[in-house]
Design a binder for this molecule. Structure first.
Ligand code: ATP
Ligand code: MG
Length: 415
């Protein structure tokens, strides 16, 4: 991609109405555009990052038998009436211009919708288990939408739902999803802690959150520094400095961001919708369910909160919008630099390497460097009259200070 053609420019100043680091850097870098409080557009750069995360999630969800599907954003009242969730205050009610009352809510979760769908296809134990997921926009009227992508009022979520013939089968799958979640966050560059959390109003069992340590996290977790056992403060009886109940290690209280969570749903939804199956002895039973969420925008916001410096974002490799940022610094009278830069760009582009090429003629070296730091692509290549004198390019990692000269003839070897 040529930067001269990129839709979305960097901003020198922090947007006035943003207080969180992730929103400031993402807006300044040209990744997102804030339309309203908690409502963001993804510009091409940001959409690439989101696509990377979606790709990682899809790969891991498919690997555990999840089947991707897509459900509506408009959720009719009858669905939430079935479980008494129509009046939950996070919902945005929707009504037609000429209608008096709202018959729809913008979907803020999809347990009811999928349970109703599943009813058509499940009748026997032979139809179970299965898991279906979507990556879809959720709408929640969050009262505190001030943390940029960490808490949107409109945001992308991956929601997986699983259906089982027994509690035991559900539990096995829950453990499998847990491992898949660790893999997802690790590939996104995030170290996550599996945290025991409140039971919610679904079942007597606890739910579990995947928490990433960050000063700006809204959650507090009590974390064992030795075995990594963690409890959310909301439910924990532990205190800072206590002994870990699992290993005797030292418990520390930490701020953290919940990037994902997994819920045992028990029979709450199956009983509400009468979703039953005939077991192997001919007896009718309620289906046992689980639900598993990840906020894609929240993963982006978390990555930025964890990986940045004063100059800008430092993307983890797997979710970076591009792998290489090629910068050419040609003086007006030196066509050789420009020509060589074009050549290098073509070499990588032809190989399918994701490369952003700063070919802008109207920017100074200082401006180009500042933009590269702000955008945060892992590897920077600079070609200038000076490097060309040595038949070289200059290589720098975004997360390192050191620069290295590489012969142009060896340039392909860097990937
Ligand atoms: P929180 O406790 O942060 O309000 P939640 O427990 O209500 O979130 P779920 O309904 O389980 O979250 O949603 C699953 C995942 O979706 C969360 O783990 C989080 O990653 C993401 N998520 C939830 N709410 C938001 C939001 N307002 N903006 C962005 N991501 C969100
Ligand atoms: Mg939560």
């Amino acid at each position: 991609m040529r930067q001269s053609k990129l839709f979305g420019q960097t901003l020198r100043e922090n947007p006035k109405d943003e207080t969180s680091v992730n929103a400031r850097l993402l807006e300044r870098g040209g990744f997102v555009y804030k339309n309203s409080a908690g409502v963001y557009s993804y510009l091409p750069l940001g959409w690439r990052v989101l696509g990377k995360i979606a790709g990682i999630i899809r790969k891991e969800m498919n690997a555990i038998g999840g089947q991707e599907m897509f459900m509506p954003a408009l959720v009719e009242k009858k669905y939430l009436d079935a479980t008494g969730r129509w009046d939950v205050p996070v919902g945005f009610e929707v009504k037609g211009k000429n209608e008096k009352t709202a018959d729809f809510v913008l979907g803020w979760t999809h347990e009811e919708v999928l349970t109703a769908i599943a009813k058509r296809y499940i009748s026997s134990y032979k139809d179970l288990p299965f898991g279906a997921y979507q990556i879809q926009t959720k709408f929640r009227n969050e009262p505190r939408a001030k943390s940029g992508l960490l808490r949107g009022r409109e945001f992308m979520m991956k929601d997986l739902y699983s259906f089982h013939s027994s509690e035991e089968d559900f539990k096995n799958y829950y453990a499998i999803v847990k491992e898949a979640y660790f893999k997802i966050f690790e590939q996104c560059g995030l170290k996550s802690f599996y945290t025991v959390a409140a039971g919610g109003n679904f079942t007597s069992s606890n739910t579990h959150e995947f928490q990433v340590l960050s000063q700006v996290g809204e959650d507090k977790i009590l974390l064992c520094l030795k075995c990594e056992y963690a409890e959310n403060k909301e439910i924990s009886k532990l205190g800072d400095g206590d002994k870990c109940p699992k290993c005797g290690g030292k418990i520390k209280i930490e701020n953290a961001i919940e990037v994902g969570n997994i819920f045992p749903l028990g029979e709450k939804y199956s009983s509400a919708f009468n979703l039953q199956f005939i077991d192997s002895r001919g007896k009718k039973e309620n289906v046992v369910m689980g639900s598993y969420g990840i906020g894609l925008g929240r993963v982006i916001g978390t990555a930025v909160e964890v990986y940045h410096d004063d100059q800008g974002i430092i993307w983890p490799k797997n979710i970076a919008p591009f792998q290489i940022h090629l910068i050419e610094l040609s003086a007006k009278d030196n066509l050789a630099v420009k020509k060589q830069a074009e050549k290098i760009y073509e070499i990588f582009a032809d190989k399918g390497v994701e490369i952003l090429y700063d070919d802008r003629a109207d920017k100074t070296a200082g401006e180009k460097f500042a933009d590269a730091d702000l955008i945060g692509i892992p590897l920077r290549i600079v070609i200038s009259a000076k490097t060309l004198e040595n038949n070289s390019i200059e290589l720098k990692k975004r997360n390192k200070k050191a620069v290295k000269l590489i012969k142009i003839s060896d340039v392909e070897s860097i990937i």
